[in-house]
Write a new protein. Structure first.
Length: 71
């Protein structure tokens, strides 16, 4: 008979490393999800800001146009 090799087993440091890698992956996934949410929020805020700027500019131009019509 051949020498039978015992089946491989995970030792405590190996299990600990695997657990740490899983936790790190979960943290990285959460971090990426939060970054995506922040990017979407910033895009919406940027859009609102430009709408406000264009609205104020439109009001100012409308008042200037009205003042020319009155003269």
């Amino acid at each position: 008979m051949r020498d039978a090799m015992p089946p491989p087993f995970d030792c405590a440091p190996g299990l600990r490393l695997a657990a740490h890698e899983r936790v790190t992956q979960v943290q990285q996934d959460h971090f990426n999800r939060r970054l995506d949410q922040l990017e979407k929020m910033m895009e919406r805020l940027d859009r609102r800001l430009w709408f406000t700027v264009y609205g104020v500019a439109a009001v100012i131009l409308t008042q200037a146009f009205r003042s020319f019509l009155v003269l």
